[in-house]
Design a protein around this ligand. Structure first.
Ligand code: ATP
Length: 286
């Protein structure tokens, strides 16, 4: 028997089930996301991420379980509840004939306490594109406009579905700093991503979902026992690459330092990345 919904959480989920035909796309998910937290949902294609997120957004019905999003059942969320939620979809506003400022001003009019559209453009780094039409923007600029649309209503909770797909490395870093400024403003965020470095960089906690089940929830540094995993020390010796797993890499490096006259050739100390443990987890659960 699972515990009751947590009324203080931004998102509280117990025993969530969604069926398509005779298959459970979401198969008994329990999860609490704290207010102010950035939570990343990871999982392979078809794992059930979008289905789960769309149920939380109130866009899909569920077949079982209890859900509270900002204290409300999303299946019954009214206009006031909806105004507290921002959504950044996989593709959004970019095709509009309107200018960025116009499209954002039109969106802001739906909300009781919107942010100033010009300030939002500044926040997403599109001030110099205020007068440009959506369809003249680059892919990365369109995504920023999507984010601007998602946050102009001053949401307490923001859903971001694969927000940086198609970004160049610099645009991704700028986007990450935008997400951090939203966190500093108190916004709770649930993001789905296939970029493990993005999850590591942004998320307070990550959840891995495979075949509709949440297999682990942890801070990125601890996922899959990563915090306790041995380090791999590698170096070059007698023209060959050597490597050794060790729980005490400092001792091994000291030993190598004593053995070599100067620099230890090509010395590297590595621990499993989030991607390493993630791939291992989803491999095991298939
Ligand atoms: N409307 C639908 N009708 C039938 N099956 C569906 C429907 N929507 C999703 N599914 C199935 O449910 C499962 C979960 O899909 P979902 O879109 O939630 O996965 P996902 O984790 O978001 O994947 P991706 O990373 O590819 O976006 C998949 O097997 C998918 O084929």
């Amino acid at each position: 028997m699972s515990s009751p919904l947590d009324p203080g959480a931004a998102i509280s989920i117990r025993g969530l089930v969604k069926r398509y035909g005779d298959r459970n796309a979401v198969d008994g998910v329990d999860l609490d996301i704290r207010r102010g937290e950035i939570f990343a949902l990871l999982g392979p294609n078809g794992a059930g991420k979008t289905t789960t997120v769309e149920i939380l957004e109130g866009y899909r019905s569920r077949d079982g379980g209890d859900v509270a999003v900002l204290g409300q059942d999303p299946a019954e969320g009214g206009r006031r509840w909806r105004a507290e939620i921002g959504i950044v979809l996989q593709s959004g506003a970019g095709d509009s004939q309107l200018t960025c400022l116009e499209v954002l001003t039109a969106q802001a009019a739906y909300y009781p306490d919107p942010r100033d559209p010009a300030e939002v453009l500044e926040l997403v780094g599109l001030t110099d594109k205020a007068g440009a039409r959506g369809r003249s923007l680059s892919g990365g600029q369109r995504r920023r406009l999507d984010v601007a649309m998602g946050i102009v209503g001053r949401p307490a909770l923001l859903f971001l579905d694969e927000p940086t797909t198609g970004f160049d490395p610099e645009a991704r870093r700028q986007f990450w700093s935008l997400i951090r400024s939203l966190r500093d403003l108190g916004t709770t965020m649930l993001l789905t991503t296939h970029y493990l470095d993005e999850a590591e960089e942004l998320a307070d906690r990550v959840g891995v979902i495979t075949a509709g089940r949440l297999v682990e929830v942890a801070v990125p540094a601890e996922l899959g026992g990563r915090g306790q995993a041995p380090a791999v020390v590698s170096w070059t010796e007698d023209g060959a690459r050597r490597s050794q797993d060790t729980p005490t890499p400092t001792a091994l490096v000291a030993e190598l330092a004593a053995r070599f006259p100067g620099e230890v050739p090509d010395l590297a100390v590595a621990r499993p990345t989030l991607e390493d443990v993630y791939l291992q987890m989803i491999g095991q659960s298939r």
